[in-house]
Design a protein around this ligand. Structure first.
Ligand SMILES: Nc1ncnc2c1ncn2[C@@H]1O[C@H](COP(=O)(O)OP(=O)(O)OP(=O)(O)O)[C@@H](O)[C@H]1O
Ligand SMILES: [Mg+2]
Length: 304
């Protein structure tokens, strides 16, 4: 893999150049869990070529729509191994025009038939219309393909109302959506319940080291580690969580089993250096230490 040494990556004392972004991280984890995944994206310039070559080398199938100008965005994470503090510097990416948007939507429509699941993750490049994810969710519904939305800011606000099958915000993103601060598992579950009773089947709220809640119209579960694990970097743990959830679903697990595998993947990711470079074995070892149980809601007249 160009510029990447997985063994060295476990020793956090070097520079790591690798392809990331939420969709790529998600596909990487899903494939490492033993499932197929393809990435649709937009690439531009030399950085885009590096991205395509790196995905080829890693064996992640992809379809990239080339933007004629600009460079794919570089995201730089500077980690201080002594303190665990991360500093992220994210470029905006190339500005795209209507042709590129049209090409991406057309490719999306071609890739959906025959797919068992779709995940729309991260932000679209500048120039993409605010409703692009809402349109993609509508296309998923037309094809009968379940769809998860994992986005933030305007991309989340523009698409949550389109009724993704699963919404995966973290605490902050859920707060953005509801226009208020969300604080802790019980509060997150109450807020998620409102959405799950409207037009979204399942809301998964990730809470970092506090685990996550999974809420449907009929169930409300909390997942967390019995004891806090040692961690290295939680960058992309949300993407690993999402991939673990979808893997659990493809394997026929119920909500509790999906949440357990999701949290195991999120935590396993926090124990390695590099986004999504986990082994299924490492996630499965963590399963023994993961607790999933019902979380009573005040709105159900039963607080726990
Ligand atoms: N410090 C940690 N200790 C244990 N598990 C963790 C830790 N951080 C994350 N996880 C696991 O990973 C899951 C997802 O992490 P997190 O809540 O940080 O997602 P996120 O904010 O969406 O991340 P991302 O930056 O990838 O978007 C959590 O629900 C938890 O199961
Ligand atoms: Mg996230």
């Amino acid at each position: 893999m160009p510029g990447f040494d997985l063994h060295g990556a476990r020793r956090p004392s070097r520079t790591l150049h690798c392809v990331g972004g939420k969709a790529v991280n998600f596909a990487r984890v899903l494939r490492r869990l033993g499932h197929e995944a393809r990435v649709l994206g937009i690439s531009a310039g030399h950085a885009g070529r590096f991205m395509e070559e790196s995905l080829d080398a890693e064996g992640i199938p992809h379809r990239m729509i080339r933007a004629p100008r600009g460079e794919s965005r570089l995201a730089t994470t500077i980690m201080d191994p002594a303190t665990g503090v991360h500093t992220e510097v994210n470029e905006a990416g190339p500005t795209i025009d209507a042709d590129v948007v049209g090409g991406a939507l057309e490719a999306f429509g071609e890739m959906l038939p025959g797919s068992r699941y779709c995940v729309i993750a991260g932000s679209a490049p500048p120039g993409a219309p605010d409703d692009i994810y809402a349109r993609m969710i509508a296309t998923c519904h037309e094809h009968g393909v379940p769809v998860m939305l994992d986005a933030s800011r305007n991309w989340l606000l523009g698409a949550a109302g389109a009724g993704p099958t699963v919404l995966k915000p973290n605490e902050k993103e859920l707060g953005t959506l509801l226009g208020r601060q969300v604080d802790g598992a019980a509060d997150a579950a109450e807020a998620a319940k409102e959405l799950a009773c409207q037009h979204i089947d399942t809301v998964l709220v990730t809470l970092g080291e506090e685990g996550a809640v999974g809420v449907t119209a009929n169930e409300c579960l909390r997942v967390h580690m019995a004891e806090p694990p040692e961690i290295l970097s939680a960058v992309a743990s949300g993407d690993a969580f999402a991939a673990g959830y979808v893997a659990g679903l493809l394997e026929g697990r119920h909500l509790s089993g999906r949440l357990a595998l999701a949290a195991a993947c999120g935590t396993a990711n926090a124990q390695v250096f590099g986004p999504g470079y986990i082994e299924r074995e490492d996630a499965e070892i963590l399963l023994d230490r993961i607790v999933v149980g019902p979380l009573g809601l005040a709105s159900d007249g039963d607080v726990s």
